[in-house]
Design a protein around this ligand. Structure first.
Ligand SMILES: [Cu+2]
Length: 481
């Protein structure tokens, strides 16, 4: 079935289209789509400034080390908000995307695959795309400041097994290992440091490239879950609440809905699909029922579920539009309805091919290309932001009066912990990436500690924590070679 129809099964009169989302690689965007995205970022800064609001929130709750305060980064299973990194950023991208779709319903946040697309002169950084913001918003980018991840590093990360399914109540070892290796490793950290400036600070969401980078992180999580649990949903997140999306946060006079992080561990709960190589597959999905505000998609978006993609959209394999639901699918090229697609009586379903100009093979609909309407609203880098310049080193130094150095790192046979002063009751704890303690020892009145009986540890990432009298002095990532 191809190029089937322009219109099918219409039951409605007037509807307001607000999107769910087919997210694609930015390299699949037309010029007019790029301009629409750039202009949406600019328009949002004109107010209410959700770009800055999400960045300031991200900065203010970035990480409090292992204090009881909830935060959004660097958590292990022993912390109150154990491993909220993936779920929180998923909601952050979704909130931004929803705000943009109020400006233009066909916008979806594209992704930047930084393991492949590594040139400082790639079209990503063109003045009519992400390059537009650097000077206007004082982002202080220094592209190429470090290394981006290699494809092999992505492959290794994605190969971490999601073991222990079904999970014990304390969480899933494989999921925590994957999440921590993602958050603290180069597939996530690489782009923050490579772009530099705001991207390397706790205010990183001030740079629009943040959303394209985290879109890619989110896509990899989605792919990992699908590969680990084919047809089975997602691993569980043990935290039941998260900051900002806890039903109390007020942005521009509206309280954001409460979102259980475990509930959105499956991306489809938000109606988000990732497309690749000119194909979007919409499957195993039930569209939300109009007006059902307990449904998270309807809570953010009270109207029609709308999916838009320039290329082939394949719909079926258990894709259902239930009675009372409204769904609109639009492509420029082709929509295929395959077995397993069902629009139940009492629903509204429209599939629309909207071709702009004719072209021989793949059609690309270019709207009249609008001009970019920039604004110069430089972000104010205050002291708070500067403190966070090395935020993505993920070293948590809580009591900064005592300087702690851990070397060598990476290590092989031993590690030395050096303090710049002698302290009583020094405790050294080493966790594996799942938060399991693999080493603990206590020392008295020493400024240097050598840890040796570690030669048989398996290679990979560990977290070392140094504390004195229950006060954490340092928490850092160490690598066993
Ligand atoms: Cu973050």
């Amino acid at each position: 079935m191809s190029r089937l129809f322009s219109l099918v099964a219409i039951f409605f009169l007037v509807y307001s289209v607000e999107g769910q989302s087919i997210r694609k690689n930015y390299t699949e965007m037309t010029d007019s789509e790029k301009t629409a995205l750039v202009n949406a970022f600019y328009a949002l800064r004109n107010g209410p400034d959700i770009v800055n609001d999400l960045a300031v929130f991200h900065r203010d709750f970035f990480s409090f080390g292992i204090s009881p305060n909830r935060d959004i980064h660097n958590n292990l299973m022993d912390e109150p908000e154990d491993q909220i990194f993936f779920a929180w950023h998923r909601m952050q991208i979704f909130e931004m995307e929803q705000a943009m779709q109020e400006i233009d319903p066909n916008i979806s946040i594209p992704y930047w695959d930084s393991s492949i697309d590594q040139s400082t002169t790639s079209s990503l950084w063109d003045q009519n795309f992400m390059g537009s913001f650097d000077a206007n918003w004082s982002l202080d980018r220094v592209l190429g400041s470090s290394n981006l991840p290699s494809p092999a590093q992505v492959t290794a990360l994605q190969a971490i097994p999601g073991s222990n399914w079904p999970p014990p109540t304390s969480g899933n070892i494989g999921f925590y290992s994957y999440a921590n290796n993602m958050e603290r490793g180069s597939v996530h950290v690489g782009a923050h440091v490579w772009v530099e400036g705001a991207m390397r600070s706790r205010s990183s969401p001030r740079d629009p490239i943040f959303y394209l980078h985290h879109g890619n992180v989110d896509r990899l999580w989605d792919e990992w879950e699908k590969a680990q649990l084919p047809g089975q949903g997602s691993f569980h997140i043990t935290s039941t609440t998260m900051l900002r999306y806890d039903g109390t946060y007020n942005f521009d006079g509206e309280i954001l809905p409460q979102v259980d992080p475990d509930f959105i561990a499956d991306n489809k709960v938000l109606g988000v699909f990732y497309a690749q190589n000119q194909l979007a597959e919409l499957s195993d999905y039930t569209t939300s029922i109009f007006g059902n505000v307990t449904d998270i998609r309807q809570a953010f978006n009270e109207h029609t579920e709308s999916f838009y993609y320039q290329y082939l959209i394949r719909v079926g394999n258990n894709f259902t539009v239930p009675s009372g639901a409204r769904c609109h699918i639009e492509s420029v090229n082709e929509i295929e309805l395959i077995p397993g697609f069902e629009a139940i009586a009492g629903s509204s379903f429209v599939a629309e091919i909207d071709q702009g100009t004719m072209a021989p093979l793949i059609l690309l609909k270019e709207e009249e290309t609008e001009d970019i309407v920039p604004n110069k609203i430089p972000f104010d880098l205050n002291d708070d932001d500067r403190l966070g310049v090395n935020a993505y080193d993920f070293t948590e130094s809580i009591a900064n009066k005592v300087k702690v150095v851990v070397f060598p790192n990476p290590f092989l046979h031993s590690i030395t912990v050096q303090l710049d002063t002698q302290l009583a009751n020094v405790k050294v704890t080493i966790f594996d990436v799942t938060g399991k303690i693999v080493y603990v020892d206590y020392f008295e009145d020493r400024d240097s500690i050598r840890i040796q009986e570690i030669h048989n540890w398996s290679p990979g990432m560990y977290i070392i924590e140094v504390s004195s009298n229950d006060q954490t002095l340092l928490r850092d990532k160490i690598i066993r070679q």
